[in-house]
Design a protein around this ligand. Sequence first.
Ligand code: 5CA
Length: 445
Amino acid sequence: MRLTRYFLPVLKETPKEAQIVSHQLMLRAGLIKQQSAGVYVWLPFGLKVLKKIENIIREEQNNAGAIELLMPTMQGADLWRESGRYDDYGLEMLRIKDRHERDLLFGPTAEEVVTDVFRTYVRSYKDLPLNLYNIQWKFRDEIRPRFGVMRGREFLMKDAYSFDIDENGARDSYRKMFLAYLRTFQRMGLRGVPMRADTGPIGGDLSHEFIILAPTGESGVFYDAIYEERDWANAEIDFSNTDTGRKQREELFNEVLQSYAATDEMHDDAEFKAKVPEERRREGRGIEVGHIFFFGEKYSKPMGAKIMGPEGKEINAQMGSYGIGVSRLVGAIIEASHDENGIVWPKEITPFDLGIINLKSGDAECDALCDKLYDIALKAGREPLYDDRNERAGAKFATMDLIGVPTQITIGPRGIQNGVIEIKDRKTQEKKEIPITEFETWLKA
Ligand code: 5CA
C-alpha cells in the first residue's frame, strides 16, 4: 500500500476523552473513530487488524472442529421468551419494535438463536458432538461504555456453542475449546491465562475466563508463572473425536489446571500459597478476552432441543458456550504491546509487515529505488506500507512508529550513494545497514 493512496487519518494530539493508552493509540493511529457512546467506525487500518485477529480465531476454531455459520444481529423476542431470558436480561438488552409492533432485539449473545437452529435440524445422538460458532456484532447497552473498544456497546464477538448427548461429551467439548483458546491467544503474541470463573446458575467446575496480562487490566490476577512459559502455539493437540484424542485432551486440561490462576474475585490466598512455590507466584492485572461456560440443559430444556439418545429415549442436549471478544482484543493487544512512540504490533497481527520510508520523495533516484523495493516486497508475498508522502523525514519516522510496523526500511540519497538502505526493528529500535543488492535475500531470510 502506498500511503498517498491509503486512508490513514493519524492525529498529532492525544484525544482528551481517551483515558487508557490503547484507546489513545487507536484514535491517534487511525484505527477507529467514535460514532456514539461505545459505538465505533472501524477505519481501514483498524479493520485490517480486526480481520487478522478474526482469521487466527477462525483457523483455531475450525482446527478444533467447530463449524462456522452466521446468525443475525436482529433477534426475535419470542425466542427469548421461550428461554425465559427476555424479562431477566434487563437494561443491557437493546429492545426494538418493528413496523408491525413486533418485539425485536439487537443480540447481546446467541444461545437462543443457535438452540433454535439445533432443534430445527438435529434429531439423533449420531449427529453429535456438534459445535457451531459465528463471528458477529453484538450489542449490550452498557451503563458506562469506556476504554474505547474494550468496553463498547457494539462489539465483535466470536461465540461458539457446543451440543452433546451427556455430561462426559460436554466436558470434552469444553476441553477442546479450552485448549484451542490457549493456542489462539498465543498465536496473537499473547498469553491467555485461564482463570476459574463464577459458574453462575449451574455450578460445577466448568467456567473459565481467559485473561491476558496488562497493567491497565480491570481485574487483579494471581497466577503461577508456568502460564507464561508453556508453548501452546506449537503444541500437538489431537482434536479428533477418537479415544486417543479425548484422552490426550483430558490429560492436557488437567495438567494446565493443576496449577493456580484466579482473578481477585475468586482468589483464595491460602490455596495460592499451598499450590505455588513463592518464586513462581505472580500478581498483576489482566483483561478478560474470553469466557467459556458449560450450562447443561439451561436452554435446551425450556426450548425443547431434544434428540433421540442411544437407548431410544429422547434427551435434552447438553450445551456449553465459548466467547472471545474479537474487537476487545485489538485494544488488549495494544495494552500488552506498545511504548512511548506508539503501537508495537506482534508480527502475527500487524496489517503491514514492512514499512518503506522514502526520505526524499520527489527525488528521482529515491523514488525509483523505493518503487523497486516495494515491488520486490509485494512479489515476495509481503505486505509493505510505503510512505511516499511529501513530508519531513521526522514525520515519516514518527508515523511508522505510531502505527507500529514491526520492520522499517529507510531509503535516502546518502544511502543510495553508498549503496545501502537502513533497516530498523520497531520494538528494539535497533538499526543496521544492508547493501541494496542484498535486499531480496534479506527479505526472504
Ligand atoms: N454467551 C457467552 C459466551 S459466547 C457470552 O456472552 N460471554 S461473555 O459475556 O463473557 O462475552 C464474551 C466475551 O466478549 C468476553 O470475554 C469479552 O471479551 C467480550 N465482551 C463482553 N462484553 C463486551 C463489551 N461490552 N465490549 C467489548 N467486548 C466485550
